[in-house]
Design a protein around this ligand. Structure first.
Ligand SMILES: C[S@@+](CC[C@H](N)C(=O)[O-])C[C@H]1O[C@@H](n2cnc3c(N)ncnc32)[C@H](O)[C@@H]1O
Length: 211
């Protein structure tokens, strides 16, 4: 197995253990609020073990959930069977969405844009598949606005990205979303400590629209 693939699947196994602990500390509630405006045909990128699936509202007709990691994808498949709306789980990456131009009403990204290798490519794909008036719903951890914390995140990022499946703690994801041509219609910024004893990392939860 190539080194990168081995690291990614080891991240998948770790995240399957850690994610539910984050959910219990408040991430589940963030996800519930994230997908509350979802409707119609939804594409969820990097769906992980399917932590958002229980919260999709009945305004959603179907979800195409993409997940590259095999361990997480198997868990997502099991979660899809219990979801309140139809969810199809497929292997896939945000940089090459298996959907036609202007075909999606909503794209959901929950803690994923920190992980993708090139967020500008992923966001260009999001813009391509969204119909005019479509929405990107995002929940992401981002670079701290605090000067020293932000600098510490910059220093930590190369090592952290190797250990944590490519996660970049120093991305200004909201600016990248705006830079991709989506208009940020609402954004909430808050600190969230994902595990006991961990520092509160800057997070954003918001909605961006395609005109
Ligand atoms: C921190 S986990 C978040 C999982 C899930 N969205 C959640 O909220 O629990 C990051 C996810 O991004 C996925 N991922 C990594 N690179 C990706 C890519 N290029 N395209 C789509 N998903 C990717 C990982 O496999 C993992 O499931």
């Amino acid at each position: 197995m190539p080194e990168t693939t081995r690291r990614e699947s080891s991240f998948g196994r770790s995240y399957a253990r850690v994610g539910p602990r984050m959910d219990a500390r408040g991430a589940a509630e963030h996800r519930r609020r994230l997908v509350a405006p979802a409707h119609g045909f939804v594409i969820e990128i990097g769906a992980g073990y399917g932590a958002t699936f229980p919260f999709y509202p009945s305004t959603v007709s179907s979800v195409l959930a993409l997940e590259p990691d095999p361990t997480l994808r198997a868990l997502a498949l099991a979660a899809a069977g219990k979801a309140p709306v139809p969810v199809t789980v497929r292997e896939g990456v945000a940089e090459a969405l298996p959907a036609a131009d202007a075909s999606a009403d909503v794209v959901v990204s929950s803690l994923v844009l920190c992980n993708v290798a090139d967020p500008s490519v992923a966001l260009a794909e999001v813009v391509r598949v969204l119909r005019p008036g479509g929405l990107l719903l995002f929940y992401e951890h981002v670079r701290s606005a605090h000067r020293l914390l932000g600098a510490a995140e910059d220093l930590l990022t190369p090592l952290w990205a190797r250990l944590a499946g490519g996660c970049h703690p120093n991305r200004d994801t909201a600016a990248m979303i705006a830079g991709a041509g989506l208009s940020v219609q609402g954004i909430e910024r808050f600190g969230f400590s994902v595990l006991p004893g961990n520092p509160r990392l800057a997070h954003v939860l918001g909605v961006a629209g395609k005109s």
